[in-house]
Design a binder for this molecule. Structure first.
Ligand SMILES: [Zn+2]
Length: 138
C-alpha cells in the first residue's frame, strides 16, 4: 500500500505536532483514495494526552458529514508520538479495531510513517504503508 501526501501538507502536520512536543497532537487526513489533499488539526480529548490521543468526536463527525455532502473523504488521521517511537503502540492497536481501514500517520520529531491496521500486520497488527511525498504543484 502507499499513501500520497505533498511536502507542504506533511510540513503542516509536522508543524502542528511540534506545537506541543510533550503531548500527542492529532488531526484528520482528508482526501480521495490514497491521496491526502487536506489536513485538519483536531483537539486531542484523551484523558492523558501525553501518552494517548482521541480525536475530538465533534471534529470527526463534522468531517464525515461534510464528506457526505461532497467534501473530501476522511481517509485517515495523524498523531504524534512524543516518546519518539515511530510506530504504532499497543494502545493504537486497540483504537484501530473497527476503524474502517483508515490510514494512520504517526509523527515523531524526526520521522513520519504511515500504517494500515489489519490485525495481522507485523507491528501491533499494523502493516507499514509506503509514504510517497510529492512536490507541490504551483
Ligand atoms: Zn500512537
Amino acid at each position: 500500500m502507499i499513501l500520497v501526501i505533498s511536502r507542504s501538507l506533511l510540513d503542516t502536520i509536522v508543524a502542528d505536532c511540534a506545537r506541543d512536543p510533550h503531548r500527542e497532537r492529532c488531526g484528520l487526513l482528508l482526501g480521495s483514495d490514497a491521496h491526502v489533499l487536506a489536513v485538519r488539526p483536531a483537539a486531542n480529548v484523551a484523558p492523558d494526552p501525553a501518552t494517548e490521543f482521541e480525536i475530538a468526536p465533534g471534529a470527526l463527525i463534522e468531517a464525515v458529514r461534510a464528506a457526505r455532502g461532497g467534501d473530501l473523504a476522511v481517509i485517515g488521521h495523524y498523531h504524534s508520538h512524543p516518546n519518539g517511537l515511530a510506530q504504532p503502540s499497543a494502545r493504537d492497536a486497540v483504537a484501530a479495531v473497527g476503524d474502517g481501514g483508515r490510514y494512520w500517520l504517526i509523527v515523531t520529531d524526526t520521522h513520519a510513517s504511515a500504517w494500515h491496521f489489519t490485525g495481522e500486520g507485523a507491528v501491533e497488527g499494523f502493516d507499514a504503508v509506503a509514504l510517497a511525498i510529492t512536490g507541490d504543484e504551483t
